[in-house]
Design a protein around this ligand. Structure first.
Ligand SMILES: *Cc1c(COP(=O)(O)O)cnc(C)c1O
Length: 401
């Protein structure tokens, strides 16, 4: 069979528009397409391939588990799931874990738990969910409605109710909206899809204080920012604020689909037998891989390495900007970085992405005005240097028109 990009248009639902080249192999922070052309990967499968492609320890975990046991369903438990849950509990504020298969599913569980908890403890009136404009929480109908971009949730009929949005980093607006009817506040501790926006210290502490005041649960969506991405195992650890519920996915499986919701024993109690579930959640293959991911990433070597590599990126990007003057800001944290375009290049992030691909560099965008980088947390320094050389060539081409 002749597998080409044209075949995509023939047989796939047209909700995506992937690049022309089709990767067939990856190793570390490099990827090769069908013709053997090599690319440097600054995209990391959208913050998923946190240990690069085909990390030998993950390949071993997957193949070992693959010879033993693939699937049981939740009628039975399994060793990898229990080991992974124990490691997540030991490493975080949480006492309890619920496994899912994706970020959206972890968030769906978090939102349903928050609603159930509020109903059980306080009564029916406590159902308001507040989230932030430009926030992203997944594509199920509940999570996409909680997300702060109505273009993603419009056009599918009546939406789940009781959901409101305020501006990120605007504590006064949040305060004005909150009351004893507020069930939960959901936020990303670093907005990813929305443009790589960090919360101010005052804002994130203020959100926690307001949630305490009104007995609302604080849900941190760490699907993109978690698992070492910011240089901490979870981003909350660097913010001095502890959420009530945390969701994690993307990097957790290093490329194998898995998601999880973490919470305290007191809150978890309300997800009683039969209230929620997933056929694949806690699948042995996914959990065996994720256990190795956590073992490797939750070490000073890798977490400090993220901070070191962040500096290499920042220095290189600053240098490029001094020459070409196209970014108004280089922002983000750890290895989730964004170059926000200035007025002159407003709305043109995709042009930079396409130019980078032509130079054999994979990167991402976060909206029309931000070029985003979310590489492997252990990308070799030489690959960062070579990738930045390619990125500079791409920037030069865009600037030259
Ligand atoms: C990617 C993402 C999601 C959705 O995760 P899926 O695995 O695509 O369902 C949710 N929240 C945030 C912050 C994300 O970046």
């Amino acid at each position: 069979m002749n597998v080409t990009r044209d075949l995509f248009n023939q047989v796939m639902v047209p909700n995506y528009n992937p690049a022309a080249m089709i990767p067939v192999r990856g190793l570390g922070s490099k990827v090769w397409d069908q013709s053997g052309k090599e690319y440097i990967d600054f995209a990391g499968g959208i913050a998923v391939n946190a240990l690069g492609h085909c990390h030998p320890a993950l390949v071993a975990a997957l193949t070992e588990q693959g010879q033993k046991l693939w699937h049981l369903s939740n009628v039975l438990t399994n060793e990898p799931a229990l080991r992974l849950a124990k490691k997540l509990v030991d490493a975080t504020f949480a006492d309890k874990v619920y496994f899912a298969n994706s970020g959206a599913e972890a968030n769906e569980a978090a939102l349903k738990l928050a609603r159930r908890y509020a109903l059980d403890v306080y009564g029916e009136h406590k159902s308001q969910i507040i989230a932030f404009k430009q926030g992203f929480h997944g594509r199920t109908f509940f999570t996409v409605t909680v997300g702060g971009q109505s273009t993603y949730s419009d056009g599918f009929g009546p939406k789940p109710g009781g959901i409101e949005h305020v501006d990120y980093n605007d504590l006064a607006s949040l305060e004005a909206l909150m009351s004893d009817s507020t069930c939960a506040v959901m936020m990303e501790p670093l907005q990813g899809e929305g443009g790589i926006i960090s919360p101010s210290d005052d804002f994130v502490r203020g959100v926690r204080a307001l949630c305490d005041k009104y007995h609302a649960l604080l849900i941190f969506d760490e699907v993109q920012a978690g698992v070492g991405r910011t240089g901490e195992l979870y981003a909350y650890m660097g913010l001095g604020v502890v959420p009530d519920i945390l969701t994690t996915a993307k990097a957790l499986g290093g490329g194998f689909p898995i998601g999880a919701m973490l919470t305290t024993a007191k809150i978890a109690e309300h997800l009683k037998v039969g209230t929620h579930g997933s056929t694949y959640g806690g699948n042995p293959l996914a959990c065996a891989v994720a256990e190795r991911v956590i073992d490797i990433i939750n070490t000073p070597e890798v977490l400090n390495g993220v901070k070191h590599k962040e500096q290499l990126f920042r220095q290189g990007l600053e240098k490029i900007n001094q020459k070409y003057q196209c970014f108004k800001e280089i922002r983000g944290l750890g290895l989730l970085l964004g170059c926000a375009l200035n007025e002159k290049f407003a709305g043109r992030s995709r042009d930079f992405l396409v130019a980078a691909a032509d130079e054999q560099l994979m990167c991402l965008i976060a909206g029309a005005n931000v070029i985003r980088f979310a590489p492997s947390l252990i990308i070799p320094d030489e690959d960062i240097a070579e990738g930045l050389v390619r990125f500079e060539r791409a920037v030069a081409k865009v600037v030259a028109g």
